[in-house]
Design a protein around this ligand. Structure first.
Ligand SMILES: [Mn+2]
Length: 329
């Protein structure tokens, strides 16, 4: 057996319900020996919900997800991999936020994210918070990858397109992160796939914005009917070795499975559906990710936070598969 790259507390010594709560029980980044290999993935929270257009409360997401992810375990059965043997993973704490301002939070979170771990090596997974926080993590990731002029490719799970220019005069809220990211060339919308989109919407013209940007949109219904299968496969091929950023809005999942979210839309993916979809993208070169829009106050029994914890593990499993393939080649 190989030496694990991430040492988790032994649950037979320190019970899962004891100790300081970190994402999936990974060590705090300060506790990872500086002399060892650099941390491969850092998880951090962004407790901010000043960018929401409907129910607030996602500021409590990072704490709830840390708590709900205490029972995460290292082995991914479908990918046949021990994630923590393959990757060194740490919790970098929470980004500073400015609760009254989307723009100032963007600046503060981006600055924080820019210097986590080893910027040339460590990849970032941000846990929200509302979807506006994705922009700071995308900007930091783009910067840490050497500011690729073409921008990052994007795999986006959501019920909404999140490409509105502004809402209530605000350009930095949770309805706009991908338009802002495209404008600033952090991402390449021609290599962006948005999956799970469903209505009702505000305006059919919103879809034109996404289309004009060149975003490939797979609505929930197109996925459900099977008509999008070939497009999904060809997009998977198109990613190739490109640096891909994965943004996961929990509201892509049906509120029957993920009720704890701010802008719930009925008739979406089951939990199992999204696991299947994520696993399909095995082999892609993930360079950054976020999991956003968990609203614990609307989350009976904590099912949404629990699901978010599992999504984090699925994302890390994709990264682990790629890292061990790269190490072996
Ligand atoms: Mn969203």
């Amino acid at each position: 057996m190989s030496t694990p790259r991430t040492v988790l507390p032994d649950a037979r010594v320190l019970p899962r319900f004891a100790g300081v709560s970190t994402f999936c029980r990974v060590p705090l980044i300060e506790a990872v020996p500086a002399a060892g290999q650099p941390v491969d993935w850092a998880l951090y929270g962004v407790p901010f919900d000043g960018g929401v257009t409907y129910r607030p409360g996602a500021r409590f997401g990072p704490r709830a997800i840390r708590d709900a992810s205490q029972y995460m375990r290292p082995v991914h059965l479908e990918h046949r991999i021990n994630i923590f043997d393959a990757l060194s993973i740490a919790d970098a704490g929470d980004a500073p936020v400015k609760p009254y301002s989307c723009r100032e939070t963007f600046d503060a979170a981006r600055e924080f994210a820019a210097v986590i771990g080893d910027p040339g090596h460590t990849r970032l997974l941000a846990v929200g918070g509302d979807h506006s926080i994705a922009l700071a993590n995308i900007a930091a990731t783009w910067q840490r990858r050497g500011r690729p002029p073409g921008g990052l490719a994007v795999l986006h799970f959501d019920a909404h397109l999140d490409t509105l220019d502004e809402v209530w005069g605000e350009k930095w809220g949770h309805a706009s992160p991908f338009l802002r990211a495209a404008e600033q060339k952090f991402i390449d919308p021609a290599r962006m796939l948005s999956i799970g989109i469903r209505g009702p919407g505000n305006d059919l013209a919103d879809f034109d914005t996404a289309r004009k940007l060149g975003i490939e949109v797979v609505s929930f219904e197109q996925w459900r009917s099977g008509e999008a299968e070939a497009r999904l496969d060809s997009f998977r091929q198109r990613f190739g070795d490109d640096e891909v950023y994965l943004s996961f809005d929990i509201d892509c999942v049906d509120p029957a499975f993920a009720p704890g979210t701010g802008t719930p839309v009925c008739g979406g993916f089951t939990s199992a559906d999204v696991f299947g979809l994520l696993r399909r993208f095995v082999g892609i070169n993930l360079v950054g990710a976020d999991v956003v829009e968990v609203l614990p106050d609307a989350d009976p029994a904590g099912v949404t936070s629990l699901l978010a914890g599992h999504i984090i593990v699925e994302i890390l499993a994709l990264a682990a598969v790629r890292a061990s393939a790269d190490a072996g080649s």
